[in-house]
Ligand binder design. Structure first.
Ligand code: AMP
Length: 280
């Protein structure tokens, strides 16, 4: 594979050697963990890292432990060549910095005890962040945040970043990671970067590649339903969360009556506890 400038680290020892040099030279290291199939959302995290760090590292690793056996681990989109080309094209505003390296570890090295997808069969060490992992996404995907917290712990132990970048799009994930970093005393600063959307308002996502253009257009109703509820509330501060929820649900089902809603919920931004009143 010929992608100039970017170094590809396929094993942990090589990445650690590189990181040791950064320590010796006293260079700050920004880190952007991803599962690849990159788009502008990922690149905005990379850009912020380039502005704020001497060295930027990106990982591309489709993490098995966050997928349930019935989910799309095998089908998850992958295109490492294209990812590397995209990363190669990103430069800091002063054009002085580019991505220094991409870490593409193997499943075997990341999970030395093995990683069957069935949690009851999993052996070894895992990281759970109680209180913020069980609600919202965690309700539909009970092993998801344990998988995310575990892989991010492993990646932090390898990369030892000064700063790490996560997307607001996955808001619960960013809250889980912040809580984990604070409770487990990781020596890293977490930055949460705004969601990048297409012109219809749909948040960019690697999994959007599963959708036809028609469904993608319809899926932007998620954004429209939420901004619609925000305007309703701005005009009438007496509305309850129940009323705002039903306005959101009505807008979504009005777009396509085949859409099934997993949940619409109002939660506190730091604890993720459910809230009954939007104003307090
Ligand atoms: P993923 O490859 O989907 O695991 O995402 C890697 C990182 O990119 C996560 O921190 C995501 O929250 C972030 N990300 C994904 N899509 C977007 C987006 N549209 N806008 C901003 N950040 C994003």
């Amino acid at each position: 594979m010929t992608v100039p400038n970017i170094r590809i680290f396929k094993c942990i020892a090589d990445l650690r050697k590189f990181r040791k040099d950064c320590w010796i030279k006293d260079l700050s290291v920004g880190f952007v963990p991803t599962m690849g199939y990159l788009h502008e959302g990922h690149l905005s995290l990379v850009r912020q890292s380039l502005e704020q760090n001497d060295v930027t590292l990106v990982s591309i690793f489709v993490n098995p432990s966050q997928f349930a056996p019935h989910e799309d681990l095998d089908a998850y989109p992958r295109n490492i060549e294209r990812d590397l080309q995209l990363l190669e094209s990103v430069v800091s505003k002063d054009r002085a910095r580019r991505v220094a390296g991409v870490f593409t570890p193997s499943v075997r090295e990341m999970y030395p005890s093995g990683i069957p997808l069935e949690t009851s069969q999993q052996k070894g060490a895992f990281v759970s962040v109680s209180g913020v992992s069980e609600q919202l996404e965690g309700r539909a995907r009970p092993q998801f945040f344990r998988g995310v917290a575990t892989v991010v712990t492993k990646l932090f132990n390898i990369v030892e970043p000064t700063n790490a970048y996560f997307g607001q799009k996955d808001v619960q994930q960013s809250i889980v990671i912040k809580r984990m970093v604070s409770d487990l005393l990781f020596n890293v600063q977490i930055h949460v970067v705004d969601t990048v959307r297409d012109k219809t308002g749909l948040a960019l996502s690697s999994r959007n590649s599963y959708l036809s253009d028609e469904v993608k257009k319809q899926a932007s109703v998620l954004y429209r339903s939420m901004t619609g509820a925000r305007s309703l509330y701005a005009n009438n501060g007496n509305l309850t969360t129940g009323e705002l929820k039903s306005s959101i649900e009505k807008t979504i089902v009005g777009e396509n009556d085949k859409f099934e809603i997993d949940y619409v919920a109002f939660n506190y931004a730091d604890t993720l506890e459910y809230r009954n009143n939007p104003s307090h």
